[in-house]
Every structure is written in structure tokens, then in C-alpha cells.
Design a binder for this molecule. Sequence first.
Ligand SMILES: O=C([O-])CC(=O)C(=O)O
Ligand SMILES: [Mg+2]
Length: 224
Amino acid sequence: MPVDCPIHPATPLPPTELVDRLTKLATSLVSDVFGRWAGAPGLLPVAGLTTGQVVAGPALTVRTRPGDNLVVHKALDLARPGEVLVVAGGGQTDRAVLGGLMGQYATTRGLAALVVDGAVRDQADLAALAPPVFATGVSHLGPYKDGPGELRCPVALAGVAVADGDLVIGDADGIAVIPRARAEEIVALAEEKRSAEEAERRAIEAGTWDRAWIDAALRMVELP
Ligand SMILES: O=C([O-])CC(=O)C(=O)O
Ligand SMILES: [Mg+2]
């Protein structure tokens, strides 16, 4: 007996130029200008991300029963090039919901990254064949394929609300999520923050980095 799989309408893809600008930023810059609030804690790169690489794209959201990947397979069939697969698997890490074969297929589907609030497996194959993968865990125990699940629905990704089409950025520090409606504003603010940090880096090199604010904030108590 087939199981129902509700699917919400796909959101229009964002301008390529906006996604390109995101890949020149960093998760830390995005979360700094977004109330230090944008990050999905515990989601770290587990395969495929190269040193210094930043990935970004609109979310293709999936809600699945923890430990089951029937609808995750369906999401791969529906993915549009450039999307970031966002799987809300309840953070359960005792059973993988994605592995090397799916990762290889995701590459052929043009996905920019795979994000799983749950476990993945076949790390070596993922590293060799899949887009960069972020997950909360790794487990060789395989998924069930019974459903249920829901596609392009609002999800909770490690406690962060993600709507289909929201912009996701990932790097060595993890994942940050930007609501689609605020993407232009947040990207512009993060670019300003990047310029400010570049100026600080030049000041460190020149030995002129302002440290006065620390002494203003601390009253040092000399102990005998
Ligand atoms: O069995 C599955 O669906 C997950 C998996 O290991 C793979 O994609 O290689
Ligand atoms: Mg496998």
C-alpha cells in the first residue's frame, strides 16, 4: 500500500548572483549580522567539503520519520540544480538516512550540498562522489524505506526553522539559514561585516589592532 507524501509548491529559485555572493561569505559572518541566531547547532561537515570551501543555495526541505529515507529518495528525484537538500530527521543519529549511492545520485541531480539533521553513512563514498555533506552524526546502520514524510514543508533543522527556498550557507563551521524574504538584506550586512573584518586583519598585521575596549570593560584585580 503506498503511503501518502504531502508536497508543498516549489518556491521560485533565487537569483544566481545572490547565491554567488553568499559563497563568498562565511557562516560566522551571516550569523553575526543575524542576531548570532542563524546557526543550526551540531550540524558539521562530514564529507566532501574542501578547505576554505563555502556552499550555498536554496533549501529543498524534507521532513522524514527518523531513521527512514523513503521521502529523501523522492526529494532527490525532484531536486532542481543548485538546491541544498535539507533533511529534518529529528536529530536521531542511531540510523543513517543517506549514504554513498544517494550522494552520487545527488551529484547527478546538481544539488549544491546535502544537510541532514540525523545520520549519514558511507563517508568515503560521500567524500569521493557526493556534494559536500553536513550531518549531526554518522552511523553504518541503514535506513528503513517505509515513510511517512513530507516535502517542501517548513521543518526544524537542529532547532532552527527552515522553509523551502530559504537560503542555506555551509562551511567548515557548519550551517546557517537565512529566511528567503530577508536574504538581500542579510547578505549585504554580512558583506559589510566582511569588509570590517578585513580592516581588522590589516590592523593586526600592522600592530595597530584596537585593544582599548577590553581595558574599558575589565577592572583588573591584582592578586598578592
Ligand atoms: O540504503 C540507503 O538508502 C542509503 C545508502 O546507504 C546509500 O545511499 O548508499
Ligand atoms: Mg550505502
